[in-house]
Design a protein around this ligand. Sequence first.
Ligand code: UD1
Length: 378
Amino acid sequence: MKQTRRGARRGRLAPQVRWRRMRIVYVVGTRPNFVKTAPVIAALRQRIPDGRHAIVHTGQHYDRLMSQIFLEELGVPPPDHLLEIGSGSHATQTAQAMQRLEPVLLEERPDLVIVPGDVNSTLAAALTAVKMGIPLAHVESGLRSFDRTMPEEVNRIVADEFADHLFLHCEEAIENLRAEGIAEERMHFVGNTMIDTLVALEERFRAAGAAARLGVAPGEFVLVTLHRPALVDGPLLPETVERLAALARQMPVIFPVHPRTRKMMEAVESEHPELRLCEPLGYVDFLSLLADAGAALTDSGGIQEETTYLGVPCFTLRANTERPVTVRAGTNTLLGLDPAAIAGIPEALAGRSPERPPPPPLWDGRAAERIADVLAPA
Ligand code: UD1
């Protein structure tokens, strides 16, 4: 049989040194993707200096405050390929990312595609790689909310089903994947790469003083982020905003507003001067505020994790979480998809023990190194 150029080149390398020239494509598209992937890129670039490390940014998030500022702060080199897919329906966004990624993968000829998280870019990249027969690695694998109406649940199930290497950030992921019949040898419990980034930025965000700049005292304000369709795209948003305004009459509420949420808030036209709304923040400023917050109120996945590491009480305005590890840790409280529950936050805070629980196993700043140990063993 005629060997392809790629096959011939690969065939000349002994298996134990093959990874030294590994060609890797990292596909990112949204704010949390950048945070989760930055330490993986750094660890693998260091471990495989003679390899090719190509970064593809799908452009799912494109505003400077949602995208570029993050890459700059995280020290990620400029992307090698920009797909500029922008916003759209799920089908449009996913299809455009697949269509534009395919020629990039043909050009890059990677040995491995790495995707993080559970966003539409993750789904698109996973499907494209697997259809092209390219090995796939999924960072933050095995999380399950068991709620298939969430787009992220569908995305992560597909990525896990097809990934050759599944990098798990918590122990319950092992059980979730076993229950789906995923082979043990594909799973690697490495820890949380988002926490790697937090640990790497700790000195900077502790010195950033974002709370002082906003004129709020450490420990005495609530930091809010909300962006999920279940909460912001439907009838729950007006009541949520009313409840936040009522909370703001008891303690300062700072609310950096995701573009999706801003659009929906403009549509409901509510005026609440007591709420301190602002543009999305850069990551260093956001972590600075989060570390100093008396509590966070969120529907984000990442913030449930970051507050767990920082020991900050978190109230999650969702019916479920794919991160029960954060509830077990004692920092995260699931409020349900129920804006009325916001009213109970001051009382819940008053009754809390000030003790900071230890972070979950392997949330120690070294998860990306463990990923490198699997992909490029010394
Ligand atoms: C996406 C992810 C979600 C993740 C979130 C992090 C999916 C299905 N959802 O949600 O899991 O938690 O990112 O932020 O992939 N927009 C802008 N500028 C931008 C980006 C978005 O204006 O830079 C607006 C557009 O109106 C867009 C809307 O926000 O239609 C939603 O963006 P989209 O990427 O579809 O999903 P997110 O809500 O950001």
